[in-house]
Design a protein. Structure first.
Length: 255
């Protein structure tokens, strides 16, 4: 089962999980926000192939307790963690170029579509990018808060995030995170696990998330389209075809 980008390696013990990743910032970023992320042990290791290995307690996978045909309700609690513990912290004050990311994001979208020969209307995707709102304030975000990256402790009932993601062409805007949650509202985890072939969008629940986040539902939908394009190169033909059709469906309702 490939819920992510397939580039990490894991070591499991009865109580801990060791992760090897090329995302070298991950453990330090997670330690910085302990109320949002699972606890990470202080000592990291550098591997021979230039990965960083860090250790976390072994908590339960939220996707395994989620019903395939119901909304991803645990995201409500996960969203509150992001809103209170990450989004509330500014990265940069003062005037910034609110559209700084759009040229790089357009380039990345073109590259993904061309290299992977995706059956997606490139002009539609570029239109979505162009319509994304300007960024007025940079804030700390998760970058990849799908249901697959939310864990819980069966003993305490605590919920925490794992696997933050940063990319130069993705702005530090909470709408990015909300759009990623909408990816799970498209039943992404159930599709990956082979439980769903024709995903539906839990629109009412997604609207509830947007209301709780105090962010624009429409703008988060735009970011969701971008995220769906970004995930396709890492998926097999079945999943790729499913979400190509989803993206095509969103283009038919685009206004």
């Amino acid at each position: 089962m490939n819920l992510g980008r397939g580039q990490s390696r894991f070591t499991f013990t009865d109580v801990s999980v060791g992760k090897e990743t090329r995302e070298l910032y991950q453990p330090s970023y997670m330690r910085r926000f302990p109320q949002a992320f699972i606890r990470v042990e202080e000592k990291d290791e550098l591997t021979r192939d230039h990965r960083i290995k860090y250790w976390m307690p072994r908590w339960s996978d939220m996707t395994l307790c989620a019903e395939p045909n119901t909304p991803p309700y645990p995201l409500l609690e996960g969203l509150l963690l992001l809103k209170n513990e990450l989004w509330s912290h500014k990265i940069q004050d003062g005037v910034i170029d609110g559209s700084y990311f759009k040229d790089d994001l357009n380039t990345r979208m073109r590259e993904i579509i061309f290299v992977n020969q995706l059956k997606i209307d490139e002009s539609y995707i570029l239109e979505v990018v162009d319509s994304l709102p300007y960024i007025t304030t940079s804030r700390h975000i998760h970058g990849d808060p799908t249901l697959a990256n939310l864990l819980y402790n069966e003993r305490s009932g605590d919920v925490r995030w794992i696997d933050p993601l940063m990319r130069s062409y993705i702005p530090n805007d909470p709408l990015v995170d909300l759009g990623k949650m909408f990816q799970s509202c498209w039943q992404y985890e159930s599709v990956i696990r082979g439980l769903v072939e024709y995903p539906r969008f839990f629109k009412t629940f997604a609207q509830q998330l947007a209301e709780l986040a105090e962010l624009s539902f429409a703008d988060a939908q735009k970011w969701c389209v971008i995220h769906l394009v970004r995930l396709l190169p890492y998926q097999d033909e079945r999943v790729r075809s499913i979400y190509e059709n989803v993206i095509c469906a969103t283009s038919l309702t685009w206004t």
